[in-house]
Design a protein around this ligand. Sequence first.
Ligand SMILES: [Zn+2]
Length: 370
Amino acid sequence: MTSPSLDTLCTWIRTESPTHDVAGVNLMMDLVVEQMKDAPVAVERVRGEQGLGDALILRAGPARDEAGILIMSHLDTVHPVGTIKEDLPVRVEGDRLYGPGIYDMKGGAYLALEAFKEVARQGNAARPMVFLMTPDEEIGSPMTRPIIEDFGRRSAYALVTEPARDGGKIVTSRKGVGRFDVHVEGRPAHAGSRHQDGRNAIYEAARQILAIEAMTDYVRGVTTTVGMISGGTAVNTIPQHCQFPVDLRVETVADGEALTAAIRSLKAHNPDMKVTVTGDMNRPPYECSEGTAKLFDHAKGLAAEIGFELVSSPRTGGGSDGNFTAAIGVPTLDGLGIDGDGAHTLQEYGLISSIAPRRQLMKRLLETLR
Ligand SMILES: [Zn+2]
């Protein structure tokens, strides 16, 4: 890999783009557009909505009316602006390139874009290619989900550049993710003089949380997590309100429906209290279909030609935009991004030596997926 292209990637990493920073995300989109300037690529910019940045739809390859290859990368990160100043400065240490979003997933977006551009230039894409650059994956893709599903329905394959797992492993299945908000309403009272009149919303919420956490079943691959809680107004006041979000992960569509129903039907133990649950499955489970298994075998053969072994990772708990395409039946390969570690942490890095072979794998996929 030549150092000028590493410079481009470093510019991407220095362009901080947390999901809700519209200016930063749009600056990333500008950099991508700039990079496509001299390539035979049609660029469509979709203006951001819901307080989010823009999305890009890049088209190239044969202008035939047939199902194409969909490539998906997100350019938002979870790191707030300012992270590069002290917490996670952009730097190279040996083979490691450190920086916010390098691993999840600017490294992957970058190597795929380079491959896409080269195949577009050489004019040897196997099918029409659509590259979606999205601004909102880290918050569950509320804006781009319909776009992803729309292009998914018109695609023969979906390739997702989320980070590779432990030593370059690829992803062929992911758990589905559900998100819920629980609100408990009780009755406020003075903790000293009117204790008997109060209905403690935090007490009731605690009982609900025990019930929710008890839904976890590792054997079925079901987990429920209450990771935050808020409630109450003062130490000497019986709290009227308490609320908390619930994170649900499931392996099958059936479990997604069953657990959603269970969480949504939670009722207060005390008739003077009210429990309200909102939310739903956010990302359906990405189960390894026959088509996905075949796509993986094809990629494995290409990787062997390039000189590395492609291994499928055990089902991962994190959801991605690949869940949306897999759920509508499109053979989907994920984890095609850069190798490294430390996603969403201040130790995030990508392995520079993984860029060239994985860029080559992406290129070969675009040339051979008939
Ligand atoms: Zn990601």
